[in-house]
Ligand binder design. Structure first.
Ligand code: ATP
Ligand code: MG
Length: 465
């Protein structure tokens, strides 16, 4: 018997009142048995979607036909959303071959037999709490093992998403994968290849979002999934590095991603950590001293990451953020940086990305030596950046003491030349913030125009437009 939250007992009454069965199934049961909080409630029932809709509407509850062709409706009940699915004989196969059809099953046991892993094939009858566990999922959860329901080769052959789900769950829960289940993954890669990019992306995101992403990515490598999905990362294996590096490029990348995950870094930083060095195998060369070099790998890596993320249909904002972080990750701060250099660094990185870039660099440094970097290694730069930001000096065109309108008022023709002058003025101000005064800037602008336009003199009184 399992502790059944009040809300589940209450919703079950709607089913029993109509003489129908309801079971809690899927991730919620698994997570409760793992001693974790269940995050979404999926119910299975012998009532058809039409019957479920009628039952809830009769109680004044809204029902949304979210996946009606798969037999699923969503009910909102006491502030929670419940996905209610009629017993089914088949899962939705993600292999590009099966038509999207649904066949209803007569019993919960039959419904459970179509599910992917034993830990996901346990049902709890509501409201009583009787556990239905025909594939001994509870034992596997206790032993922390992921095992297919039935023949792994058949299950992975039916649906190429399942093998990815398998390594994803291993990464999320730190479970191991049953031998036979693991052995079936390399043999069904061609089925996984057919799965829609968005579905693969969701699994990759869950691996990257797990506590120790390397668990999932190493399992992917071991089973050939990494080569199938992320060949650019797979070829980082055995690319050795010199200097302070202890690891090859793949292990270094995974360690960086783990570090970012451990520090609770945002998703973009985890992805950037994973991909920050994928340019290295491409640009790897030998210098005259027989030492490997990776010049410009950040630029190559940014281009590769853009390809990868686009391939998996990531949003433009995620792609831009990750690519930018990778492109900028090689900054080399030294005390000899002038204030102007610090200001240019802030502009290049963008204020909004600074914290993420520091996190990436921290992860990179950790993954180089395999031990925590000197805690203060970024602090001198961070301090100087903070100081510059506090001084509120001009860092962009909008901070300049004059605008395009001032220049137009003084006779510069609207057009590209205007932008060139403003950017030159910003450059001057970055070097010397004292120049950011209207008269001084007008004087410089006048000189830039070679005195050709007499009106561009400091004495000319600018008209406001
Ligand atoms: P999560 O915690 O990520 O939500 P979950 O196990 O609940 O994990 P869902 O995608 O919500 O995953 O699916 C709910 C249930 O449906 C699963 O527990 C499993 O029983 C079944 N299921 C989902 N996807 C598949 C699949 N591809 N093949 C077979 N059964 C599946
Ligand atoms: Mg779920």
């Amino acid at each position: 018997m399992l502790f059944i939250p009040r809300i589940l007992k209450d919703i079950a009454l709607i089913f029993t009142a109509s003489g129908k069965q309801s079971f809690l199934v899927g991730g919620a049961v698994r997570d409760m048995l793992r001693g974790e909080q269940a995050h979404d409630f999926d119910l299975a029932t012998d009532a058809t979607p039409e019957e479920v809709s009628a039952m809830f509407r009769a109680k004044g509850r809204a029902i949304i036909p979210t996946g009606i062709k798969h037999g699923t409706v969503t009910a909102h009940f006491k502030g929670e959303a419940f996905e209610i699915t009629t017993f089914r004989t088949e899962a939705d196969y993600h292999d590009g071959r099966h038509p999207e059809k649904v066949a209803y099953a007569a019993t919960i046991e039959e419904d459970l037999s179509r599910r992917d892993f034993t830990m996901n094939a346990i049902a709890v009858e509501l409201p009583k709490g009787r556990v239905v566990d025909p594939f001994n999922g509870r034992v596997d959860i206790q032993n922390r093992i992921i095992r297919c329901v039935g023949s792994p080769l058949e299950r992975f052959g039916e649906d190429g998403l399942r093998s990815l789900r398998c390594v994803r769950f291993a990464s999320q829960f730190g479970f191991s994968v049953d031998k036979e289940t693991l052995a079936a993954i390399p043999r069904t890669l061609s089925i996984t290849a057919k799965v829609a990019a968005e579905r693969k992306r969701d699994e990759l995101d869950k691996i990257a979002g797990s506590e120790k992403p390397s668990t999932g990515f190493l399992l992917m490598e071991q089973t050939g999934l990494l080569h199938e999905l992320l060949p650019e990362l797979a070829v980082c294996r055995n690319v050795e590095q010199k200097g302070g590096h202890r690891f090859d490029v793949l292990d270094h990348s995974l360690l960086a991603c783990d570090f970012a995950a451990k520090k609770g870094s945002p998703h973009e930083v985890r992805l950037a950590a994973l991909f920050h060095d994928i340019g290295k195998p491409v640009v790897c060369a030998m210098n005259e001293f027989g030492v490997r070099t990776f010049y410009r790998h950040e630029r190559e890596g940014a281009a590769l990451a853009k390809n990868i993320l686009s391939r998996f249909r990531y949003s433009k904002s995620v792609i831009d953020a990750v690519v930018h972080l990778i492109e900028e990750h090689m900054f080399q701060y030294g005390e000899d940086w002038s204030d102007a250099a610090v200001r240019r660094f802030i502009i290049r990185v963008g204020e909004a990305h600074l914290t993420n870039l520091y996190m990436l660099r921290h992860a990179d440094a950790f993954a180089t030596a395999g031990e925590p970097p000197r805690p203060d290694f970024l602090i001198p730069l961070m301090d100087r950046v903070d100081r510059v930001l506090k001084e509120k000096e001009a860092l962009s065109l909008k901070d300049l003491a004059i605008s395009g309108k001032d220049l137009i008022a003084l006779g510069v023709k609207p057009g590209p030349r205007l932008g060139v002058i403003l950017n030159e003025l910003l450059e001057a101000v970055l070097d010397d913030p004292e120049l950011n005064a209207k008269e001084k800037l007008l004087e410089i602008a006048g000189k830039m125009e070679g005195g050709a336009q007499r009106s561009l003199t400091p004495s000319a009184s600018p008209q406001k437009m």
